[in-house]
Design a protein around this ligand. Structure first.
Ligand code: SAM
Length: 200
């Protein structure tokens, strides 16, 4: 399967899943922990990459955080349609974050939550995050499971990943340095969390 065929298949799969993609209380509670770690405050801006049907927006609402600007980007129109069902006012962009034009300058935070296993071109993620951030802005890759927890989950559901579902710390640190980020922080205790700050 070529990269484009794989992407089309995945997009179709997420379109089919969109209507049942559950933003359960548990899922929102987990997203709240990531929002807390991100440290976003009312008045700041957030680009939510691979937003799905809006679990991060639910978490922001629960924590009473009102961003100045929130943009949900996802490759699946079905997921964004579900997101707008709950949040009709939300700004959305149906785009592939691995494409060279999928960036929007001027954000305080760029977040990829629960979605890193679905990306293969990590260089493009860091390049687009860097282009989208204000100087000093943060780029975060987070997952509700730990590295080990995610591997076990994939085994249970029979999902075969082409690479490590969550890239190694060394690779993430190397990419951060290459794309002009510093202040790299990673943790993998209760959930996986990687953060870095734009130097530009
Ligand atoms: C496992 S879901 C997670 C959704 C959401 N972040 C959540 O936690 O509920 C992965 C999401 O990544 C999106 N996605 C996959 N590849 C993408 C790409 N290249 N660009 C943008 N979104 C992508 C899918 O459409 C899907 O909504």
């Amino acid at each position: 399967m070529t990269m484009n065929e794989r992407k089309e298949a995945e997009k179709e799969q997420f379109n089919t899943l969109a209507a049942v993609w559950s933003n359960s209380e548990e899922a929102i509670g987990q997203a709240e922990k990531v929002v807390a770690a991100l440290g976003i405050q009312s008045g700041q801006s957030l680009m939510d990459v691979a937003s799905g049907s809006g679990v991060i927006l639910h978490a922001l609402k629960k924590r009473q955080i009102a961003p100045r600007r929130y943009l949900a980007m996802d490759i699946s129109p079905g997921m964004l349609e579900e997101l707008r069902r709950s949040f009709p006012e939300a700004e959305t962009d149906c785009a592939d974050f691995e494409s060279p034009l999928a960036y929007h300058p001027g954000f305080d935070h760029v977040l990829i939550y629960n979605s890193i296993p679905h990306f293969s071109n990590l260089d493009m993620l860091f390049a687009n995050a860097q282009r989208s951030l204000l100087p000093g802005g943060t780029f975060v890759i987070a997952h509700s499971r730990t590295r080990q927890g995610l591997k076990e989950h994939h085994q249970r559901i029979g999902y075969i990943s082409e690479r490590e579902p969550i890239p190694a710390n060394e690779e993430l640190s190397r990419l951060a340095a290459q794309y002009a980020f510093d202040q790299v922080v990673t943790s993998d205790d209760e959930f996986f969390y990687f953060s870095c700050r734009s130097r530009r």
